[in-house]
Design a protein around this ligand. Structure first.
Ligand SMILES: *Cc1c(COP(=O)(O)O)cnc(C)c1O
Length: 347
């Protein structure tokens, strides 16, 4: 996609936007006396505004992910990155987006908030993506397509080749949400990011990195898209505590990898044990840290588990997920508690 093609997708008011220039934008060098931002001189280091572009965190991420820092955007969770896609590309009341369905609920909520039509395209029966139907659902007002791989709540992941191929066929921004990519056998699209100028890859610290409470989401895209995201975001969207914590956490990638290995082992064990239960009808294949399980009575089992103090996600009312519970892989003893409860279901 050329800059001209990108500009056609951007809302005219965003293209014309004169971004807010905060004190730390106007001077970010080294100084000994800071009297430019009306901060208090007391309570260091929290008295100072954080780096609006989070450069230290991006440097570390750049090394970790093999993506240049200017291709990285950081947000207050992926949820901020998701909302920004609508605010940058979709004219309220005019434009639309196309999304695979079922998938992550926030895409649709943010569409509603921004008054943008949300066109759902059902997955194939095996939960693979119906790429042709997604293309067929698009028109000249389609600005963004949503793909989640591995997908929440189905757990299914698409191959790099299929997604790369699809990115070349779409005439708009393609978001690929990789919140669960660390658990997947399929590999991240970041490896081919330079070949996909219209793609925004989203990841998060909330899942494999074990830091959902800290709120940091990442978007990877060509520098032109990242720059639009920087212009539209709140100036200090990632606070100083989150930036410091993220720097520390990103230094522990070996520890995180070990946790992922443990969770994958537990996932396989959980699948085996679930498969042996009479109340389980089907276990869907998964590339994530959860399993979508078709049961004989999702509402009944969900409420029974609640009574036992075990909370899973009831997906019974979600398209294509009739009878299904989504179960997150926990600690070995937590998974065991779940299995023991389910063994007693109906007794
Ligand atoms: C959990 C999840 C996220 C993470 O959102 P954060 O705002 O970063 O916590 C993003 N996308 C999907 C599909 C998810 O399931």
């Amino acid at each position: 996609m050329t800059n001209m093609e990108l500009e056609k997708l951007v809302r005219p008011n965003i293209l014309a936007l004169e971004p807010y220039s905060c004190a730390r934008n106007e001077f970010s060098g080294v100084a000994s006396v800071w009297l430019d931002a009306n901060e208090s001189p007391f309570n260091a280091p929290y008295n100072r505004y954080p780096d609006p572009l989070q450069l230290e965190v991006k440097e570390r991420l750049s090394h970790l992910k093999g993506v240049p820092a200017e291709s990285i955007f950081l947000g207050n969770g992926s949820d901020e990155c998701i909302d920004l896609m609508y605010r940058i590309f979709c004219r309220p009341g005019i434009d639309n987006v196309v999304a695979m369905s079922p998938s992550y609920g926030m895409y649709e909520v943010c569409a509603s908030v921004n008054d943008v039509e949300y066109r759902k395209v059902s997955l194939n029966d095996d939960f693979s993506i119906n790429f042709d139907a997604m293309l067929a659902a698009a028109d000249e007002c389609t600005k963004v397509m949503w793909i989640c791989s591995p997908n929440n709540p189905t757990g299914t992941a698409a191959s790099i080749d299929d997604l790369l191929d699809f990115s070349k066929r779409v005439n708009c921004i393609l978001v690929i949400d990789e919140a669960y990519i660390d658990f997947s056998s399929k590999g991240s699209m970041l490896a081919v990011l330079p070949q996909m100028p219209n793609v925004v890859v989203m990841q998060t610290l909330s899942k494999a990195w074990g830091s959902a409470g800290v709120r940091m989401g990442m978007a990877f895209a060509c520098p032109a898209i990242v720059s639009l995201m920087n212009n539209v975001k709140y100036p200090y969207n990632v606070n100083i505590l989150t930036q410091r914590y993220a720097l520390e956490q990103l230094g522990k990638s070996d520890e995180i990898k070990a946790h992922v290995v443990t969770l994958l082992e537990q996932r396989e064990l959980l699948k085996q044990q679930l498969a042996a239960l009479p109340c389980v009808k089907k276990i869907h294949p998964t590339d994530a840290n959860f399993v979508l399980v078709e049961t004989v009575d999702a509402d009944g089992i969900y409420n029974y588990l609640l009574d036992q103090g075990v909370v899973v996600r009831n997906r019974n009312r979600v398209e294509m997920c009739l009878g299904c519970l989504r179960i997150t892989v926990g600690l070995p003893e937590e998974n065991l508690t779940l299995i023991n409860c389910l063994k007693n279901y109906g007794k």
